[in-house]
Design a protein around this ligand. Structure first.
Ligand code: PAF
Length: 291
């Protein structure tokens, strides 16, 4: 695996390949990231991963400084997974001047859920991903492919819409969430959990699955309003010591709350997703469950 730190070297190296397959990451890799690399490998002529902890997508009180940085072990894992190129720029390399040009994703998709609790998050994500796409795919004749994890459900929808609306020469792929044997979604932030919190952490996934089952049953009985079920699920999780930002059921296609006949139609077509974000101690976890 070739490790590249400079943008110019990345461009020069990738110029000889027609269709890169790209996995952007912030490092601290786990089996979820490696599944993305495995998904990417057959898609392109060369498999590229990036590691860059992107300051633009962190709020001032968030964990940018303490975000786990595990470069040596990340390199070993990527190499073993068959990644060909690792792009790991410094901040000064990727943002040589303050990044004043930024992308403004549509508020109806980007200012809800994660965007409501982490204002500006998707602007930061879209801006860095567009810049990484420009570096990785800028010299490729046939466009390319990029793979993202479905754990970050809203991020995936925002980036897919960005690629469509900006006519980027990149096909985006979603890879299913990798889970620990107890069902906890793999996440770099799981590293912050104490042993007791780790044992409790699966409750977020269980709450989403219970909410999905309760909504499916209620809709089958003719219910048209999900607010009471969402509030009940939130109260149950909070009683266990969590601080819940949201536990909600949305349409998969656009993350809007379905109402009335639309809700019944989406439920019977299996087009709903339960999404949740909640804090356990100092760790904020997200997860989702399609049904
Ligand atoms: O999902 C992530 O790890 C990050 O949001 C991404 C896509 C690498 C952008 O920094």
């Amino acid at each position: 695996m070739r490790v590249i730190h400079r943008c110019s070297e990345l461009r020069q190296h990738l110029a000889r390949f027609d269709r890169p397959a790209f996995v952007p990451t912030m490092g601290n890799l786990h089996a979820g990231h490696l599944a993305l690399v495995h998904r990417a490998r057959p898609l392109g002529e060369v498999t590229v991963a990036s590691i860059f902890v992107n300051r633009l997508q962190f709020l001032p009180h968030e964990d940018f400084d303490s975000y786990p940085r595990t470069f040596e072990s990340d390199c070993a894992q990527l190499e073993a997974a068959g990644c060909d190129v690792l792009f790991a720029p410094t901040e000064a390399e990727l943002y040589p001047q303050p990044q004043r040009f930024k992308l403004l994703p549509p508020p109806e998709l980007a200012d809800i859920l994660e965007g409501q609790f982490r204002p500006g998050f998707f602007t930061g994500v879209c801006t860095v991903v567009l810049k990484l796409f420009a570096l990785v795919f800028g010299q490729s004749k046939g466009g390319g492919h990029a793979v993202f994890g479905q754990k970050d459900y809203q991020q995936w929808l925002v980036l897919r819409q960005m690629a469509q609306q900006l006519a980027l020469p990149v096909t985006l792929h979603a890879s299913p969430t990798e889970r620990a044997p107890d069902g906890l979604a793999l996440s770099s932030r799981n590293a912050y959990l104490s042993p007791a919190e780790r044992a409790e952490a699966v409750q977020l996934n269980l709450a989403l699955r219970r909410l999905a089952a309760a909504v499916a049953a209620a809709v089958a009985d003719g219910a048209t309003d999900l607010a009471a079920l969402e509030q009940q699920a939130t109260a149950q999780l909070n009683e266990r010591g969590w601080q819940t930002d949201y536990l909600t059921v949305r349409r998969r296609s656009d993350l809007q709350a379905p109402q009335g006949a639309d809700l019944a139609g989406a439920a019977s077509a299996g087009q709903l997703v339960a999404l949740g974000a909640a804090r356990l101690g100092r760790t904020r976890l997200i997860d989702n469950w399609e049904f």
